[in-house]
Design a protein around this ligand. Sequence first.
Ligand SMILES: Nc1nc2c(ncn2[C@@H]2O[C@H](COP(=O)(O)OP(=O)(O)OP(=O)(O)O)[C@@H](O)[C@H]2O)c(=O)[nH]1
Ligand SMILES: [Mg+2]
Length: 300
Amino acid sequence: MTKNVFIAITGRPNAGKSSLTNLLVGEKISIVSEKPQTTRNRINGVLTKGDTQYVFIDTPGFLKPRTKLAEHMVKAVRTSVDDVDVAILMADATKKLSAVEQELAKSFASHNTKVILLLNKIDLVKSKEELLPLLDEYSKLYSFEEIIPISVKKRINTELIMPLLEKYAVEGEHFFPDDIATDRTERFLCSELIREKLLWTMQQEIPHGTAVDIESFSSRTNKNNAEVIDIGAVIICEKRSHKGMIIGKCGERLKQIGSLARKDIEEMLDAKVNLQIFVKVKENWRDNERFITDNKIADD
Ligand SMILES: Nc1nc2c(ncn2[C@@H]2O[C@H](COP(=O)(O)OP(=O)(O)OP(=O)(O)O)[C@@H](O)[C@H]2O)c(=O)[nH]1
Ligand SMILES: [Mg+2]
């Protein structure tokens, strides 16, 4: 008999949710950066091990909605928590318990959600004693199934997670094919890999005001009989001045973004990639509901 377990990975921006999703799935399906609010959409990571299919729902860091885009992000978290077999609350061991965790705990309580607390980034904590007051606060916040201090980066205690999750599996047919790692399309993953490089190379505010749209995606065979994928992408930004900064002096910055993204996309697609990126300005797109849904920048 086959089994499924749906797991929502929640927590404040920058806690390490996408890093954990990638580690557990065993493939990079969700982008990671030092900047909070990297993930914008709910992303399903799928891992089938033996009879059990694990579906990890990586969610955007929870935040107060100030723009239409942020509203979509918050909604993506709420709907993810509704209907899972177990949730993970990813907390940051170097930060105080905040309103985000309190809000999430309320949401868990109203759905009677079973929650595992992972206290991440313990590689940055000097001594175990330092963690005790925080552990105490968290244990008062919610009746967690388990509390485990971990480090995704240094792989501390991460081997304990999968055996725990297996306990929440329920009998049923698998929802996804057994050989896929995500239900997201290659096009979507490409746009995310480009957005990741914007987050890596640009200053704080600019990448948050950008979106990436893949306008063309086609495959051909070159004269050496190798597969080449031609991808045309557009980076949408909010201001003319931002456009200039993204392109950089003599196009240097855009070249750097393109070459970093191309490497990752080639690895993902296992083919040669010819990537063309253009930059367009669209003022206030983050508050434009139609633009956000039409371009699938966030989920409904
Ligand atoms: N030192 C340390 N850094 C970590 C650890 N886990 C993740 N990080 C770093 O924390 C940053 C944020 O990681 P993400 O996985 O993007 O965090 P997230 O929770 O998905 O963030 P949002 O998508 O913005 O909500 C990245 O720079 C990671 O490399 C850890 O165990 N230790
Ligand atoms: Mg993320």
